[in-house]
Design a binder for this molecule. Structure first.
Ligand SMILES: NC(=O)c1ccc[n+]([C@@H]2O[C@H](COP(=O)([O-])OP(=O)(O)OC[C@H]3O[C@@H](n4cnc5c(N)ncnc54)[C@H](O)[C@@H]3O)[C@@H](O)[C@H]2O)c1
Ligand SMILES: C[N+](C)(C)CCCC=O
Length: 484
């Protein structure tokens, strides 16, 4: 199986290679086969990409929002037309089942391009009447060259969630995908060019953390948007602060999902499946601490185990498969290490718990019961298919325990009591909360984290705040009175 792109990087409207860069081998996680051989960007290519983005900026920003938006919306249509091919690349790159990538990756990227393409023409300032006939107005100006850095779980979505608002606002971007999943961002760049994007406005560079770090501190860069882990976020935020660069940080989580006994249990089980086993658990916002009211815990676990009989583990390119491998051998070993710790610390393995007996990096969907707040599996982000069931007895108790984490990405509550639902949502300290649902992320709503899970928001009108800055102009209409 091969998925070799034309070259490793896409700079100034063209593919480009530099064999001097350290090799990056792209592996199909379902079999361990090599899909493609790429190279990290050399310092010369980093400079070339930033120079292209800097040069292209003024002309791109000078277009009207309508003109910029038209290109983004055309790219959205092209992505939808090409959804199957894009989904196949995503499946090869990540191992996620085609059944998922057909509906959640390029389509989500297209939604962002369409939404921000539509919004581009509406980005405007305000006017203020002031005493004596004076007045003031604001403009919303682009920031300049933005750097996007991606994680490996949603490569196409991440590229588009960053590029679409940045470009709609008149910025340019250098995007560095994760070194684990380098393929799809290149096709996104090509599509944008085919849709009419001027050369240099969106560039893709491959590389590991070192390439990312060299982008973050370059004086030409005005903003950095990272999707990644908390430790990387801390480093990138600190490096960006040195130049007082704007940041968006979409980081990790250890989110709670609370199931009250009055909830529709089948719906709650569906939520727990979506919030733990979709993308084989490799989702930032997953509700991995499932707090279940003690009186319905056994019924919940029984139904969950019954539903897990519906897992179809297999070739991710087969549309019947609904459960794929971990993205890499390294990630599989991290997840297996956490499962071992869960057992060693006294949690009860209620389902799964092993590497699957097949090629590739598959880990069985795993459910622990009897998990307590102090166990490692209840405290640390695992980023794999490991669901922990924790018992609780009262609303006050569970809210306190749900919030007792340094993370604050997402949180969910399942209950049929409408007042309780909103009371609990109000009490959550998390950026994205769900009532009787989990992990939906339509482009219309802000998505992002509180506390250690992030800074800023992606999607929605909120993203415009993060890719523009206001300029205020005071207009004097009368005499200027001075003290002497
Ligand atoms: N909040 C969100 O929206 C969201 C979405 C997806 C993933 N994530 C998080 O991402 C993590 C998994 O992804 P990962 O393993 O790729 O994360 P990671 O932090 O290892 O890497 C993320 C990206 O940062 C780059 N990088 C690493 N060190 C860097 C440095 N010093 N300077 C600049 N760039 C650097 C990497 O090359 C990669 O492209 C999880 O913690 C997950 O929760 C968050
Ligand atoms: C759209 N999801 C499924 C919430 C994923 C957002 C990105 C997190 O990993």
């Amino acid at each position: 199986m091969r998925a070799q792109p034309k070259a490793s990087h896409f700079i100034d409207g063209a593919y480009i290679e530099d064999d001097a860069g350290a090799p990056i081998t792209c592996i199909y996680p379902a079999t361990g086969e090599t899909l493609a051989e790429l190279h990290e960007a050399t310092p010369a290519l980093v400079d070339k990409a930033l120079a292209a983005a800097k040069r292209a900026g003024p002309e791109w920003a000078a277009l009207s929002g309508t003109e910029r938006g038209r290109i983004l919306r055309r790219a959205a249509d092209m992505m939808r037309d090409e959804n199957r091919a894009l989904s196949e690349i995503e499946t090869l790159d990540t191992g996620k089942p085609l059944q998922e990538t057909l509906v959640a990756d390029a389509t989500s990227g297209a939604d962002a391009l369409e939404y921000f393409g539509g919004l581009a023409a509406t980005i405007a300032g305000e006017t203020f009447r002031l005493p004596g006939g004076d007045w003031a107005y604001t403009t919303r100006d682009p920031l300049g060259v933005c750097v996007g850095i991606g994680a490996w779980n949603y490569p196409t979505q991440i590229a588009c969630w960053k590029a679409a608002p940045a470009l709609a606002c008149g910025n340019t971007m250098v995007f560095k995908p994760s070194e684990t999943t380098p393929l799809s961002a290149l096709r996104v760049a090509e599509i944008l060019k085919e849709a009419g994007l001027p050369d240099g406005v969106f560039n893709v560079l491959q590389g590991r953390g070192g390439v990312g770090a060299s982008l973050v501190t370059d004086p030409r860069v005005a903003k950095v948007s990272l999707t990644g882990s908390v430790p990387t976020g801390q480093k990138v935020y600190a490096a960006a602060a040195e130049g007082l660069r704007h940041v968006t940080m979409e980081l990790g989580g250890k989110s709670p999902m609370i199931v009250f006994a009055d909830a529709d249990l089948d719906r709650a089980v569906s939520g727990a499946i979506l919030g733990n086993f979709y993308s084989s658990g490799q989702v930032c916002s997953n509700g991995t601490r499932v707090f279940v009211e003690r009186t319905c815990r056994d019924a919940f676990v029984d139904r969950l185990r019954e539903r897990l009989k519906g897992v179809v583990m297999g070739d991710p390119l087969d549309e019947a498969t609904n459960y794929g491998p971990m993205v890499s051998e390294a990630q599989m070993n991290i997840v297996l290490g956490y499962i071992e710790k869960g057992v060693a610390e006294g949690a009860t393995l209620a389902h799964g718990g092993r590497r699957a007996n097949r090629d590739g990096f598959f880990v069985e969907p795993t459910v622990f019961t009897g998990v307590t707040d102090d166990m490692t599996i209840a405290k640390e982000e695992i980023f794999g298919p490991v669901l922990s069931v924790l018992d609780f007895d009262s609303e006050d108790e569970v809210i306190r325990r749900a919030n007792d984490t340094p993370f604050g990405l997402a949180a969910g509550v399942f209950t049929d009591d409408i007042r309780r639902a909103h009371r609990v949502a109000a009490a959550f300290r998390a950026g994205t909360c769900y009532i009787n649902h989990y992990n939906a992320a339509p482009v219309e709503m802000p998505f992002g984290g509180s506390k250690m899970s992030g800074v800023g928001r992606e999607n929605s009108l909120a993203a415009i705040e993060h890719y523009t800055e206001r300029k205020t102009v005071y207009v004097g209409m009368g005499d200027v009175e001075a003290p002497f």
